[in-house]
Design a protein around this ligand. Structure first.
Ligand code: AHR
Length: 497
C-alpha cells in the first residue's frame, strides 16, 4: 500500500539556511594534516599547501561554512603558536588526540586561505578552557582590525595586509567537558566576560556563539539562556549518533547486522526530540527567536578502523551513514526557524567524513553523496509537506519507513528528498501536489542506494556507492507516485515547463 502525502507548493515555511550544510575540521588525526594540509613542498597537487582534490570535491557540494580548530583541540589551542614563519612555530603535543606532535604549520592564515579556496565562511572557535580573555580578544583584533594596532601590525608583518571578514566566533567548546569541566553557572559568567572583549572592528560584526549543551543536558541550556541570553547570537548543541549506548564498544562502521542498522537510525532520529526540547527552553527566554541554535557537532561515531590509531577517530562510511545524513538534514529543515547552522563531524578522515584520503588517493563517501543530492535545498524556501511515515519494524520495535523534505529554489524548481530506512523492501509514496495553479511540470530523479546495509567505497572500489539516475516515478494529474528502492536516499526535481 502506498504512503500518502500532500505537498503544498504555495505554503512556504521559511528559508532553509545554507549554513545547515556546514562542516567541521579539527586538528585531530588526519583531518587537517594529510586530509587538507599537505604543505608547500608536497608532491600531492596543492595550492599554497592545501590539497587540490579535496578542495575541488568540497566545492562541488558547496560547503557554506567551516568550523575550526576544534573541538576539544580549540580549548588548548593558542593561536599565536600558529602564525609567523613555519620553521619557528611552536611544536606542541596534541594531548586530546593521540598525543602526537602538532607543528602548528596549519594556523590562522592557512585556515583562512582554505576558506578562500572553498569560498565558504570561516567559523573560528576560541579558547576559554586554557586561554585568556586577552588572547581571545587579540585574536579577533588580529583577524578583523584594519587600522593601526599591535595585532593589526603583526598580521601585516605576517603577510596579510587586509583584515579578513570573520563573522562566526565561538567562545569555548564543550566547556562542560574537555573545555574545562565547568558548571553551567560558571561558564555562563565566563562567557559574558569573554564575549565583552570580542570587538566589532571596522564594520565587521561578530556573531557570538556560546557553548551549548551535550545531547539532552537541558539544564545547561536553561542556565545559559537565563544568565547570558542577551549577550549571545547563537547557542550550540552537540549530539553524536552511536549504534549502542556503550562508549567503550560503540559498534563497527562496517560488517554490522540489521540490529545495528536499526538502532543507529533510531538514535539519529532522536535529533528531533533534542532540538524540540532545547528550542522550547530557548523560546521561554527568547520568544522572538533572535538567538540561533547551532548544532556544530553531529554525526555517527563508531569504533575506529582496525589497525588505526584509536585517538585518530578514523572510520568507514556506509549506506547507513547516508541514511543518518538524510534523516538528520530533514530534521534540521523542519526546525529551520531556530536551527540556523549545523556542522557535521568531521570533514575529512575523522568520524562521519565526506572524504577519506590515503596518501594521494581520495574517495567520496556515501555521506558526501547525500550532501551533494541535498545541496539544492541551501537557501531554498521550505515547503509544507505532510507524509504518512509508514513503519519499518524489527524485533517488535518501529521506526518511520520514510522521512522527507521539500523546498522551492530561487528558480522556481521544486525539490523533494526522500529517505527510505527499510533495507528489506521497496516503498511506494503517493504525493498530492497542491498549490501549483495548473502549471505543468517536468520531473527528474536521482537516487543513492546500496546492495547491502554496509555498502561503502574503498580505495580499490571508490565508486561502489554513488548516485544514479532514477526514473521509478510517475507525475500525472497533479499526483506524484514514487517507488523508493530499499535503503535509499532519493532526490526529485520538478521544473515548471
Ligand atoms: O569531534 C570529536 C570531538 O567530539 C570534539 O573534539 C569534541 O568537541 C567532541 O567531544
Amino acid at each position: 500500500m502506498a504512503l500518502k502525502g500532500v505537498l503544498n507548493a504555495d505554503a512556504g515555511k521559511g528559508t532553509i539556511n545554507r549554513n545547515l550544510y556546514g562542516h567541521f575540521s579539527e586538528h585531530l588525526g588526519r583531518c587537517i594534516y594529510e586530509g587538507i594540509w599537505v604543505g608547500e613542498d608536497s608532491d600531492i597537487p596543492h595550492t599554497n599547501g592545501i590539497r587540490n582534490d579535496v578542495v575541488k570535491a568540497l566545492k562541488q557540494i558547496k560547503i557554506p561554512v567551516l568550523r575550526w580548530p576544534g573541538g576539544c583541540f580549540a580549548d588548548e589551542y593558542h593561536w599565536m603558536d600558529g602564525i609567523g614563519p613555519k620553521e619557528t612555530r611552536k611544536r606542541m603535543i596534541n594531548t586530546h588526540w593521540g598525543g602526537v606532535v602538532e607543528n602548528n604549520h596549519f594556523g590562522t592564515h592557512e585556515f583562512l586561505e582554505l576558506c578562500r579556496q572553498l569560498e565558504c565562511e570561516p567559523y573560528i572557535n576560541g579558547n576559554v578552557g586554557s586561554g585568556t580573555v586577552r588572547e581571545m580578544s587579540e585574536w579577533v583584533e588580529y583577524l578583523t582590525f584594519g587600522g593601526e594596532s599591535p595585532m593589526s601590525e603583526l598580521r601585516k608583518r605576517n603577510g596579510q595586509e587586509q583584515p579578513w571578514a570573520v563573522t562566526y566566533f565561538g567562545v569555548g567548546n564543550e566547556n562542560w567537558g574537555c573545555g574545562g569541566n565547568m558548571r553551567p553557572e560558571y561558564y555562563a559568567d565566563l562567557y559574558r566576560q569573554y564575549q565583552t572583549y570580542i570587538r566589532n572592528y571596522d564594520g565587521n560584526r561578530i556573531h557570538r556563539i556560546a557553548c551549548g549543551a551535550n545531547s539532552n543536558d537541558y539544564n545547561w541550556t536553561e542556565v545559559l539562556m537565563r544568565q547570558a541570553a542577551p549577550f549571545m547570537d547563537s547557542l550550540t548543541l552537540h549530539y553524536y549518533t552511536l549504534p549502542t549506548d556503550n562508549w567503550q564498544d560503540k559498534g563497527n562502521a562496517t560488517g554490522f547486522g540489521e540490529v545495528e542498522w536499526f538502532s543507529t537510525l533510531k538514535q539519529a532520529l532522536k535529533m528531533d526530540e533534542l532540538i524540540t526540547r532545547h528550542s522550547t527552553i530557548m523560546d521561554k527566554y527568547d520568544p522572538e527567536r533572535r538567538i540561533g541554535l547551532i548544532v556544530d557537532e553531529w554525526g555517527t561515531w563508531y569504533n575506529v578502523e582496525p589497525g588505526t590509531v584509536p585517538g585518530f577517530l578514523y572510520q568507514q562510511n556506509t549506506m547507513r551513514d547516508a541514511l543518518v545524513t538524510g534523516v538528520t538534514l530533514n530534521i534540521f529543515h523542519e526546525h529551520n526557524e531556530r536551527v540556523r547552522m549545523a556542522n557535521i563531524a568531521q570533514m575529512v578522515n575523522v568520524l562521519q567524513a565526506v572524504i577519506l584520503t590515503e596518501g594521494e588517493k581520495l574517495l567520496l563517501t556515501p555521506t558526501y553523496h547525500v550532501f551533494d543530492l541535498y545541496k539544492v535545498h541551501q537557501d531554498a524556501e521550505r515547503l509544507d509537506l505532510t507524509l504518512e511515515a509508514g513503519s519499518y519494524t524489527l524485533d517488535g520495535q518501529e521506526l518511520p519507513a520514510v522521512t522527507a523534505t521539500a523546498s522551492r529554489d530561487g528558480e522556481g524548481k521544486l525539490h523533494i528528498s526522500l529517505c527510505h530506512l527499510n533495507p528489506n523492501a521497496a516503498a511506494t509514496v503517493e504525493l498530492d501536489l497542491r498549490g501549483l495553479a495548473g502549471s505543468s511540470m517536468t520531473a527528474s530523479g536521482i537516487t543513492l542506494k546500496g546492495n547491502s546495509i554496509d555498502a561503502h567505497n574503498t580505495f580499490e572500489q571508490p565508486e561502489a556507492v554513488k548516485p544514479e539516475p532514477f526514473a521509478d516515478f510517475e507525475l500525472l494529474n497533479g499526483k506524484l507516485t514514487v517507488t523508493l528502492p530499499p535503503m535509499s536516499v532519493t532526490a526529485l526535481e520538478l521544473s515548471p515547463n
